[in-house]
Design a protein around this ligand. Structure first.
Ligand SMILES: NC(=O)C1=CN([C@@H]2O[C@H](COP(=O)(O)OP(=O)(O)OC[C@H]3O[C@@H](n4cnc5c(N)ncnc54)[C@H](O)[C@@H]3O)[C@@H](O)[C@H]2O)C=CC1
Ligand SMILES: O=C(O)C1=N[C@H](C(=O)O)C[C@H](O)C1
Length: 251
């Protein structure tokens, strides 16, 4: 009996912290074959030999990479942050020219981080106050994190759907930044500290009680099961998907 052909994988940003970890994970994964390691000075066309490309590059480069991958007919699993509604809409339009190609943009591939966000969105309508704190290593170039933005957006959506307004806040006088950034009405605070990897807390408050949902990535291997699951799933899922939660059958 013939074994199924392996899925050929290219990694963009292969020299970076996440890219190196992804290359190791793909090489160790049954049914996957690492066929290209590309970084800053390489032409994205080098990914044409792959079925799926994984992009962990920089916010300023990822959208152009994804457009090039779509044009090559290569599925794209994208972990790089920096996406917004406009850049996602541009990719969706590009995908219309390649109806069999799939793109997943996911700000976090750690299963626990995705679940923390889903749980927070479920809980959000039952609390007066919700704020998000993200804590990362100080080499991170963007703030707040893509995960915190995605979490805040999901929390805000859940509160809007439940007819809730903004959380209570009597602040009338403050230093710039003291209340964090505001994403869809939800306050998001970013900590950068040597020794950290990637951490997030969603704080939910009611009179007399607090629920804290916390996730910690202590090592970049935490992202690998989600990345490998996406690489295996995406070839059967054309079009644009935003968020790994959509590939986890969470009901
Ligand atoms: N979705 C997720 O689960 C996770 C997402 N991230 C995100 O992934 C991105 C990368 O993070 P790190 O690996 O920590 O960064 P890093 O700075 O260690 O690596 C980025 C790599 O991309 C390369 N690069 C820059 N421009 C490029 C281009 N045009 N084409 C190909 N390669 C290019 C750089 O030379 C570098 O090797 C960040 O946006 C980060 O927020 C990080 C961890 C988990
Ligand atoms: O830069 C990082 O390290 C991380 N980036 C992603 C984000 O911005 O959410 C995911 C994770 O938090 C690690």
């Amino acid at each position: 009996m013939n074994a199924l052909p392996s899925i050929k994988v290219a990694v963009l940003g292969a020299g970076g912290r996440m890219g190196r970890t992804v290359c190791d994970a793909v090489e160790a994964a049954p049914g996957l074959e690492l066929v290209a390691r590309l970084d800053h000075d390489d032409d994205v066309a080098g990914a044409a030999v792959a079925d799926v490309a994984v992009d962990f590059t920089v916010p300023s480069a990822t959208e152009a990479n994804v457009h090039a991958l779509v044009d090559l007919g290569v599925h794209a699993v994208v972990g790089t942050t920096g996406w917004d509604a406009d850049s996602l809409a541009r990719v969706e339009r590009r995908l219309a020219t390649q109806p069999t190609v799939g793109v997943l943009v996911a700000p976090n591939f750690a299963l626990g981080a995705v679940l923390a966000m889903v749980f927070a969105a479920k809980a959000a309508r039952w609390f007066e106050s919700v704020e998000v704190v993200e804590l990362h290593h100080p080499d991170k170039v963007d703030a707040p994190s893509g995960t915190a933005r995605h979490t805040a957006a999901a929390v805000a959506r859940a509160r809007r759907d439940a007819g809730l307004g903004p959380g209570p806040d009597a602040t009338a006088q403050s230093l710039d930044g003291a209340r964090g950034a505001v994403v869809d009405g939800v306050h998001v605070h970013a900590v950068r500290l040597r020794g950290l990897v990637a951490h997030e807390e969603i704080l939910l408050g009611n009179p007399g009680e607090q629920l804290t949902i916390r996730h910690d990535s202590f090592d970049r291997v935490s992202f690998m099961p989600g990345v490998l699951h996406a690489v295996r799933t995406l070839p059967g899922r054309p079009g644009l998907t935003v968020g790994l939660e959509n590939l986890l059958d969470l009901g």
